[in-house]
Write a protein that binds this ligand. Structure first.
Ligand code: DON
Length: 308
């Protein structure tokens, strides 16, 4: 980060600039409930490892974090299975859309990475097999990572997604046919939809993800969530796979590990410096927030804080 710049002023100015610009994105219509979100809402929040916090716009409004949850479910599954996890899911970028089926057939039901839907379904299966009360245990895990205890699932979003979840059902059944899903596909899908329905604000997200900028330790209580090496690995996966077939573009333009969701949220991490979350619900053609991507590109350029 260029220490001569005022980061908060940059966040504020970029926020005004991008808020008032044309939004060329569109809402995620395949989850009907997400189409009811006001697309004028826009929030940004940055948390640094020096314990400074700054937010603008709708940074305290909760939204559906969708695929951002895949980072958290992966971390919990990694903790439960250790290195054995990588026999169930690989760590290679897919270069395909988040809900693609193509590689699964030729790669024997082992998903390319834990962030595409196929990989996240395998992770959900691991959690189902290894937790006593998967839904409650996962929620407690997330709440323990966060300073905020009022994080919840949305049953409205989960059932809206389930109603039209034909593609995820196809993915889950295909993986099951290769023997890489242990539980009943309908149970895995229900749990997966619950996970994706988690709601958080930009403030909660940037605070929660700060441990990935802080060598695996939470900032306030210094609880160790991951080892330094595991932290590097999660950040590496976010860098290479966090935006599906737009991961290269995100590295090229923004230059930070990050993860997006079809609710329009993006969280990005600068190891040893900060975590930042942005939210604007309209998505580009790859399913990532249109304004969120633009904001982060300008932000790392103006603050000179890409990792590259
Ligand atoms: O399974 C789905 O399609 C959604 N619950 C999550 C997809 C998602 O967020 C992709 N991210 N940009």
């Amino acid at each position: 980060m260029n220490t001569n710049v005022d980061v908060n002023e940059i966040v504020q100015n970029l926020y005004e600039q991008i808020k008032n610009s044309e939004d060329k994105g569109s809402l995620a219509s395949y989850i009907p409930e997400l189409e009811n979100v006001d697309s004028a809402l826009f929030g940004v929040h940055i948390s640094t490892i020096d314990n400074s916090n700054f937010g603008v716009g709708n940074c305290y409004d909760k939204f559906s974090i969708q695929s951002i949850v895949k980072v958290l479910s992966l971390i919990m599954a990694y903790d439960l299975l250790g290195e054995e996890l990588w026999t169930r899911v690989k760590v290679e970028p897919s270069g395909t859309p988040f809900n693609s089926l193509i590689q699964l057939e030729v790669e024997n039901g082992i998903p390319r990475n834990p962030f595409i839907n196929a990989g996240a379904l395998v992770i959900a299966d691991v959690l189902l097999s290894n937790l006593k009360n998967p839904k409650e245990d996962f929620l407690n895990f997330v709440r323990n990572l966060s300073d905020s205890k009022d994080i919840t699932y949305s049953s409205k979003i989960a059932s809206s997604e389930k109603e039209f979840g034909y593609r995820n059902a196809a993915l889950c059944n295909l993986i099951k046919s290769f023997g890489n899903i242990e539980n009943e596909p309908s149970d895995v899908l229900d749990f997966y939809y619950d996970l994706c329905s988690l709601e958080m604000s930009c403030e909660e997200l940037s605070n929660l993800f700060l441990f990935l900028a802080n060598d695996g330790f939470t900032l306030t209580e210094r609880k160790q969530i991951l080892t330094r090496s595991q932290t590097k690995r999660i950040n590496a996966l976010m860098q290479t796979c966090g935006f599906y077939d737009e991961s290269g573009d995100f590295a090229f333009k923004v230059g930070l590990p990050g993860k997006s969701g079809v609710g329009g949220g993006i969280v990005a991490v600068h190891p040893k410096q900060y975590a930042i979350a942005v939210w604007s619900s309209k998505l580009n053609a790859k399913g990532n927030s249109y304004k969120g991507m633009r904001f982060l590109e300008e932000f790392t350029t103006k603050t000179e804080s890409s990792i590259f």
